[in-house]
Design a protein around this ligand. Structure first.
Ligand code: PLP
Length: 275
């Protein structure tokens, strides 16, 4: 039987594999909101359930790795993505499952190596950190650590531009193709390092002093993943994601009594390079 259902223009499909944040500021929720804002079709595979608001995380419950595998298999059968990203993965078992999928994934994979929540609650144990480095990073196109995650993944102190550059090169030795190391917690300017094809690029922006940064890493890596799905080159995609997250922090809606979410509604026309 022929299918006469009218079809719209092909929209790039994008996948996030991450944790559930009921407060809507981080995890799957931040990723899906960002995908939508960038005009791509977002899908989500859940790995970890959390109970949290802007003030505290009350529980973190990783799901069974088999359930994560079932979600991935179901989506790959019908809706192959053009780009994918990972967020909180919780346990070594889930990371092994995602890594096995990633080795044959049909698209570039962005790995945001989420280790602790905005409030400092662990979202991954010691064993999981080692498994992430050994099993998942070799299949990543891009890894997006912050200073803390870069220190864990490189095994060195990372607290200035020179050590960021060294750490990015060390992380790239795992086999991933690029590293976007965000330096938002450095004092002074918010400088990031992008390591790609043997070259280091430095990206700077004005540092914004605010407590409303919940979901910053998720949102910037989701923006970048959406841009990759649309065919934007890596260097340009990182630039656009960086401008998006800077504006999103600057215009955060100030919700809740603790660390509120960033603004996922930043208009895309504000991301064009200043002339
Ligand atoms: N994923 C989940 C489910 C979270 O709860 C958090 C932070 O609390 C994160 C990821 C990481 O958030 P961020 O983007 O602020 O690093």
């Amino acid at each position: 039987m022929s299918d006469d259902t009218p079809r719209g223009p092909m929209i790039p499909i994008v996948l996030t594999i991450a944790g559930f944040d009921p407060s809507g500021g981080a995890g799957l929720q931040a990723d899906l909101k960002t995908f939508h804002q960038f005009g791509v079709y977002g899908m989500s595979v859940v790995t970890v359930l959390t109970v949290q608001n802007t003030e505290r995380v009350s529980s973190v419950d990783p799901l069974d790795p088999g359930y994560v595998r079932q979600q991935l298999d179901s989506l790959m059968e019908d809706l192959p993505p053009r780009a994918a990203k990972t967020g909180a993965l919780g346990t070594a078992g889930i990371i092994e499952t995602v890594a096995e999928w990633a080795r044959g994934a049909p698209c570039p994979l962005v790995v945001d190596p989420v280790m602790v929540s905005t409030h400092g609650v662990p979202l991954m144990d010691e064993n999981a950190r080692r498994t992430l480095r050994r099993e998942l990073l070799p299949s990543a196109y891009l890894v997006t650590p912050n200073l803390y995650e870069a220190a864990v993944l490189s095994g060195m102190k990372v607290d200035d531009l020179a050590s960021m550059e060294q750490a990015a090169r060390k992380i790239a030795e795992t086999g991933c193709q690029a590293v976007w190391l965000t330096g938002g917690h450095l004092t002074g300017q918010a400088a990031d390092i992008l390591y790609f094809e043997g070259e280091i690029h430095t990206l700077t922006s004005r540092r914004i002093d605010t407590k409303h940064t919940h979901g910053t890493g998720c949102t910037s890596s989701a923006a970048l993943t959406a841009e990759l799905a649309k065919g934007t080159s890596l260097v340009e995609a990182v630039g656009r994601a960086k401008r998006f997250i800077s504006r999103a922090i600057e215009t955060a809606p100030g919700l809740g009594h603790g660390h509120g979410p960033v603004n996922h509604h930043v208009p895309l026309d504000e991301l064009d390079e200043p002339r």
